[in-house]
Design a protein around this ligand. Structure first.
Ligand code: ZN
Length: 385
């Protein structure tokens, strides 16, 4: 069977009209197009979202009777250009975390059509700050000191699928824990933290390389300096993820973070199960009674200023940056695709001949935002608008 596919679009990098050939799941040729290409259609690598708690009413933090139901998350994410995502399991009892890890492993085994879209598991917690504010919505009763034996058990249960952990280095023994993670090829990210400057510096020395949703999961009020935001912003070895839904961070904060982090700033959605759902009032297992507004803001029903998680996907984050002119098209696209991938595979260029064909074709709308036209996963078309 000939699985050859040809795509035409302007390069997301510089607007060059391209003709791209795909075969055997790979990008086999990329050259200047011999025929005219639509002015507003761009082609580039698929989005990689390394923080997805849930989407479209489904939640990786819940046990489902029918594990295959969770495969719908991958399919819904294809529609918004996400070719790879990391199910994110947050603070819970050790036993429940084990079960939730095994649920993802089982989903990947059983669902051959979407298993490649799960690139790893992100464990966020339970080794985070117990303090109100930095802890965010994570349940306090399950927050605990980093425990390597326990984490190693989870690594085994995940069959190697755990690729990253978000923790706070304020705990005693964090340095040794981080070193063990690094030895085992696991990316350590600092988040939900109340760590001192020295603790952050020591975490970086031990091998931490990322900050999780910088500027969120923190106190409402903070000492002007020193504080954990300055410490992480100033540390060049730390990349940082941000939630650019327009509610978690004001545009001017993103502008400053970008100046500090430059090519080390990247996007995550941190979406919860209500992302991709209709606006309305909902009951969540964490957060309780919440409201999702038509604009995509998810807040506590009683306090419209208290966010109850992110209800946006990464494409909406991309579009927030574009509409507010916080980054160029190529930068924004890379913040949601190649940059997350490079945290795990340094220097990789996934938009190159010979690489796996995970691509998207997107239309630039007059309001300076992207609409996904086609999503290609492993050389196969998995979505067309
Ligand atoms: Zn978080």
């Amino acid at each position: 069977m000939d699985d050859r596919l040809t795509l035409f679009g302007k390069s997301y990098r510089d607007g060059t009209p391209l003709e791209i050939q795909i075969s055997g799941g790979k990008l086999i040729s990329s050259k200047a197009s011999s025929q005219p290409v639509a002015e507003d259609v761009f082609i580039g690598p698929g989005f990689q979202d390394i923080q997805v708690n849930g989407y479209a009413g489904l939640d990786y933090n819940f046990l489902h009777d029918d594990v295959l139901a969770l495969g719908q998350i991958s399919k819904e994410l294809f529609k918004v250009g996400v070719t790879t995502h990391f199910p994110t399991i947050i603070t819970n009892s050790a036993d429940q975390i084990s079960k939730l890890i095994r649920q993802v492993v089982s989903l990947r085994e059983k669902d051959k059509s979407t298993n490649q879209s799960i690139g790893g598991i992100h464990i966020e917690g339970p080794f985070i700050s117990a303090e109100d504010g930095p802890r965010g919505a994570h349940p306090k009763e399950f927050v605990q000191v980093p425990d390597w034996d326990l984490f190693q058990k989870w690594i085994e249960e995940s069959e190697g699928l755990i690729r990253m952990v978000t923790l706070s280095p304020e705990w005693k023994g964090s340095g040794a824990f981080i070193e063990k993670c690094v030895e085992n090829g696991i990316l350590v990210s600092i988040g939900h933290t109340n760590a001192t400057h020295e603790q952050i510096i020591n975490a970086v020395k031990a091998g931490a390389r990322l900050s999780t949703h910088l500027g969120n999961g923190s106190h409402q009020l903070l000492a002007r300096h020193p504080n954990y935001l300055w410490s992480q912003l100033a540390e060049d070895q730390l990349s940082a993820t941000i939630i650019a839904d327009g509610y978690h961070l004001p545009a001017e904060v993103i502008r400053v973070f970008k100046k500090a982090k430059d090519e080390k700033l990247l996007l995550v959605s941190d979406s919860v199960s209500l992302a991709g759902m209709q606006p309305g009032d909902y009951e969540m297992h964490i957060g309780g009674q919440v409201t999702l507004t038509p604009e995509g803001k998810l807040h506590m029903r009683s306090h419209s200023k208290m966010l109850a998680g992110s209800a946006m996907n990464i494409l909406q984050g991309v579009n927030f940056l574009l509409k507010n002119e916080l980054a160029t098209l190529s930068e924004t696209w890379e913040m949601a695709s190649i940059r997350p991938l490079r945290l795990f595979v340094p220097d990789v260029d996934s938009f190159q001949v010979g690489e796996k064909a995970d691509l998207i074709l997107a239309k630039m709308l007059p309001n300076n935002s992207l609409e996904i036209l086609k999503t290609i996963k492993n050389g196969r078309e998995v979505y067309a608008s």
